[in-house]
Ligand binder design. Structure first.
Ligand code: MEV
Length: 437
């Protein structure tokens, strides 16, 4: 068995690579080459990237693409997308083009409120916690003044502080539930700093308070919540059914009917809902990553929102009413356009510039549009041709790479498969035929 490595984080990058190549690849120099060829020659840029994480040995590239022609609230937008899956950017672009001539995407930001909790246990009477909170609330808020000052200047800061009795769910469990407006920042650091100050003040005040008959309340932890059911943007597209036109041989009327049913299926059936929402996240994550936001936070929040009534459901809704087709969604998106990686990563900065330096609410709108567009494109294929025809065509480049075709062979195979759905076995057979001839 391999011995544990001691002091790994203290090794230089080259030493870390040496350790890896020796330990896992028998000192194979070709592996060293795989790792080091992705190092950036610009040492300053490399240092910047190394600083984003820990124990870095190299850089991991993602394709950064553009989906142009999105008409959003009457304005043309080009959406930057960082994603490794083929056909996602093409699908977004296709949906953008479809809706460009049909009124475009409309968005409304419902609210940008986020929350965080100080989690507390107290075994005594609930009325004692309530009395204590009434006694302490003003001082708790007062203690946040300096932390809140600059956020307040920008129109944000803590909005409200309540005591939540959770004892029915877990014996002795209470929360200080705080809500926040963080303006253009995602606000994670601000919220967590504020919560930790609340916890400190809470502890200090309990020390001198004599209204508790049981052991004093204990703060367990203080942390923001990535569940943001209030920080929500609505996005919709709509057009008369007779403006849909024929899609992949399917009439507009049939398309609208099948499309609506497909969304209804994802609303009631979790097996389908998860895949349906995964397609939405193809679009949302790609923008979130391109703009340097936290896609894990968004993912967690979105899926919790999709199951907010206790049943995991489609995030999108579709209907035909009075011969008008409408497709829409509410997405909980806590995003920032200042601070964190957004202003550090050169490509996040580029993404922000492509989006003309949006506010956080503008970025919420664009991201939501990309999610709805992605779902539209997926269902567009699913209820007409099926997904594989388009997807596999886009995937052809990867497949040709995987079967080891040379550039000349790729060219021949691309021509041969221009109108055919490729499969690995079919491609291998074709490659053999080419090589034999
Ligand atoms: C693939 O990444 C996403 C889809 O499966 C989404 C869907 O089924 O709706 C095509």
């Amino acid at each position: 068995m391999q011995a544990p490595v001691v002091g790994f984080s203290k090794l230089s990058k080259t030493e870390k690579v040496n350790w890896l190549v020796t330990t896992y690849f028998n000192g194979d120099t070709a592996m060293r080459e795989v790792i080091t060829r992705y190092w950036n020659d610009d040492q300053k840029l490399q240092d910047l990237h190394d600083g984003f994480s820990e124990n870095t040995i190299t850089n991991y590239y993602f394709p950064f693409g553009l989906a142009p022609n999105f008409l959003i609230d009457g304005k043309l937008v080009t959406i930057p997308m960082a994603i490794e899956e083929s056909s996602v950017v093409a699908a977004a672009s296709k949906a953008a083009k479809f809706w460009l001539d049909r009124g475009g995407f409309k968005t409304t930001v419902k609210s940008t409120i986020k929350s965080g909790q100080v989690h507390i246990m107290y075994d005594g009477l609930s009325s004692e916690m309530e009395d204590y909170f009434a006694f302490a609330k003003a001082e708790l808020l007062q203690s946040l003044e300096s932390i809140n000052a600059s956020m307040k200047k920008r129109g944000g800061g803590i909005q409200d502080l309540t005591l939540v009795n959770k004892t029915e769910a877990l014996s002795g469990y209470y929360q200080l539930h705080a809500t926040f407006e963080t303006k253009d920042a995602m606000g994670a650091n601000f919220i967590n700093t504020t919560l930790e100050q609340l916890a400190t003040t809470f502890r200090e005040l309990t020390a001198t308070y004599d209204g508790f008959t049981s052991t004093k309340p204990e703060v367990i932890m203080s942390i923001l919540s990535n569940y943001v059911p209030e920080c929500v943007v609505n996005v919709s597209v709509s057009c008369p059914v007779d403006e849909i036109g024929t899609i992949n041989g399917v009439s507009g009327e049939d398309f609208a009917r099948k499309f609506t049913r497909a969304v209804n299926i994802a609303t009631v059936e979790p097996y389908r809902a998860v895949t349906h929402n995964k397609g939405i996240m193809n679009g949302i994550d790609a923008v979130v990553i391109a703009t340097g936001n936290d896609f894990r936070a968004v993912e967690a929040g979105v899926h919790a929102y999709a199951s907010r009534d206790g049943h995991y459901r489609s995030l999108t809704r579709a209907r035909v009413e009075d011969e008008v087709f409408t497709f829409e969604a509410d997405f909980p998106l806590a995003l920032g356009t200042v601070g964190g990686l957004t202003s550090l990563h050169p490509l996040s900065k580029l993404a922000m510039q492509i989006l003309e330096n949006p506010t956080a609410t503008q970025l919420m709108r664009v991201t939501a549009v990309c999610g709805l567009a992605q779902n539209f494109a997926a269902l567009h294929s699913l209820v007409t041709t099926g997904i594989q025809a388009g997807h596999m065509k886009m995937h052809l480049v990867n497949m040709l790479e995987q079967i080891g075709a040379t550039d000349a062979e790729k060219e021949l195979l691309r021509k041969e498969y221009a109108d055919k759905t490729p499969s690995f076995s079919g491609l291998r057979e074709s490659l053999e035929i080419i090589r034999r001839s």
